[in-house]
Ligand binder design. Structure first.
Ligand SMILES: *Cc1c(COP(=O)(O)O)cnc(C)c1O
Length: 451
């Protein structure tokens, strides 16, 4: 049989080629943009609650040869050769993780917080299962949405009752919902995470309905590790999933932690991590994570304490200047995060845009009670990165002053940006890590350029 006349024969495909000079110019544009990006952040006041800075040793390991390698399976049971040292690194990483979180199970193969959540969903639920969770409008992460990981697994959320005045679960109403709906898994986690969950108060109810507690600590992992928030694995949750780059100042990666005697659950979590939701697990990031865990064991308590102290101080300083910071009657926050209602200042999007023009990086955020999801009335602020750079309560006053000048006193973005740069000048090196004092926003030139 002859081929269809219009079907291209394999030999008609020719590789696209372009002159090397043109392509090198393309590479240089990307490098230029990356350097400009780094320069912008070097001069800026970074207040994104989910962002942090990697330590010098962590960065060194990220660009090591580990980046080029594969390892599947667990230490000692690999599918590739040449993994002898990878095994050593992974064993070290696992033992540091278990030590930091005082638990008996860790898996460091999920490559992000969302991937860790997918692994838990695969291990602990079936399509069609009901699962207790918070609403997106109350601050839950997109992985709890039907258009996110929940939807991928096909689980049906049972939403808790949330007291928006306290930005906290309404315990009595939530108990009633749980007793009625009896989900087999209850997820506790938020992306606008101001206060610890009342896990102790719900523990009896979880037991009564036979539900497993699952804590998504993506935002607060470093605060938990530093002993400054709550201890979910010892307050009734069997599993903790998280990102490792928010309040834990590690590489972009994920982690699963557990405190359980249930060998079957452990097996399910491990096989969900691999081969369920990953093949290779980004060995360079795993090595950098080991550093972050070791540094958190050494410096994390102090770092986490200062991060929370800074958030509360920033809340107070903004409130003193007339900003509507949520939960003023509760000290604004017990975490690294603040929620500020900027309705009077023009709304979440106009404010966050003006702020970034002035070199202050935040994000617009929906607040409970917002009338339209398209017009969030909040901005979310976080102190992990400014704390990492050595800022303390005194600097929170200065940051609040910049907000006031820009959003209340009509100073131009250009003027405030100059003041922000001035403030940042003394805070551009990494703290709370080995090699403290190294530049935080350095670009590593590895290619020697002849020109
Ligand atoms: C950030 C976040 C995640 C996952 O984040 P990744 O970007 O995938 O690491 C999961 N859950 C919550 C609550 C988060 O805030």
């Amino acid at each position: 049989m002859t081929a269809h006349p219009r079907a291209p024969s394999p030999t008609t495909f020719r590789a696209a080629t372009a002159p090397p000079k043109e392509m090198e110019a393309s590479v240089q544009r990307v490098i230029r943009a990356t350097k400009d990006h780094s320069k912008f952040f070097e001069d800026a006041i970074p207040l994104i609650a989910s962002e942090n800075l990697l330590s010098p040793y962590g960065k060194e390991l990220l660009i090591s040869d580990l980046h080029s390698r594969y390892a599947e399976g667990l230490p000692g049971e690999r599918y590739y050769e040449g993994n002898q040292w990878v095994d050593e690194i992974e064993n070290e990483c696992l033992s540091l993780a278990r030590r930091l979180f005082r638990c008996n199970f860790a898996d460091v193969r999920p490559i992000s917080g969302t991937v860790a959540n997918l692994a838990v969903l695969k291990a602990m639920t079936e399509p069609g299962s009901t699962i207790g969770s918070c609403r997106l409008a109350d601050g839950a992460h997109i992985s709890s949405a039907s258009f996110g990981a929940f939807g991928l697994r096909g689980v049906k959320p049972v939403h808790y009752a949330f007291d928006t005045a306290r930005m906290q679960l309404d315990v009595d109403a939530t108990k009633k919902i749980l007793l009625q709906e009896r989900p087999k898994v209850c997820l506790f986690g938020l992306s606008l995470f101001l206060f610890p969950f009342p896990l102790g108060e719900l523990q009896e109810t979880l037991k009564e309905i036979g539900a497993l507690g699952w804590y998504d600590g993506a935002h607060v992992l470093g605060l938990i590790g530093g002993g400054q928030f709550q201890d979910p694995l010892h307050e009734g949750c069997s599993v903790l999933s998280a990102s490792t780059h928010k309040t834990l100042p590690g590489p972009q990666h994920g982690i699963l932690l557990g405190q359980t005697e249930d060998a079957d659950l452990v097996k399910k979590l491990q096989s969900a991590a691999f081969p369920g939701v990953t093949s290779n697990h980004h060995l360079n990031a795993m090595a950098a994570l080991s550093v972050a865990l070791a540094e958190h064991l050494a410096f994390g308590e102090e770092y986490a304490r200062q991060t929370v102290a800074n958030a509360r101080a920033l809340g107070q300083a903004l409130s003193d200047r007339g900003f509507d910071v949520l939960c003023s009657d509760q000290g604004f926050t017990r975490s690294h995060t603040l929620a500020v209602r900027v309705e009077r200042e023009g709304g979440g999007e106009p404010c966050s845009k003006l702020l970034v023009e002035a070199g202050i990086v935040t994000n617009k955020n929906l607040l409970p009670g917002d009338k339209s999801p398209k017009h969030p009335q909040g901005v979310r602020l976080g102190t992990p990165e400014v704390t990492r750079l050595g800022m303390k309560e005194r600097e929170m006053e200065r940051i609040a002053e910049l907000f006031d000048l820009l959003l209340h006193r009509g100073k131009s973005a250009a003027e405030v940006r100059e003041a922000a740069r001035e403030l940042k000048r003394e805070f551009r090196t990494l703290q709370y890590c080995f090699g403290a004092g190294e530049p935080a926003y350095k670009y590593y030139d590895l290619v020697s350029r002849s020109s």
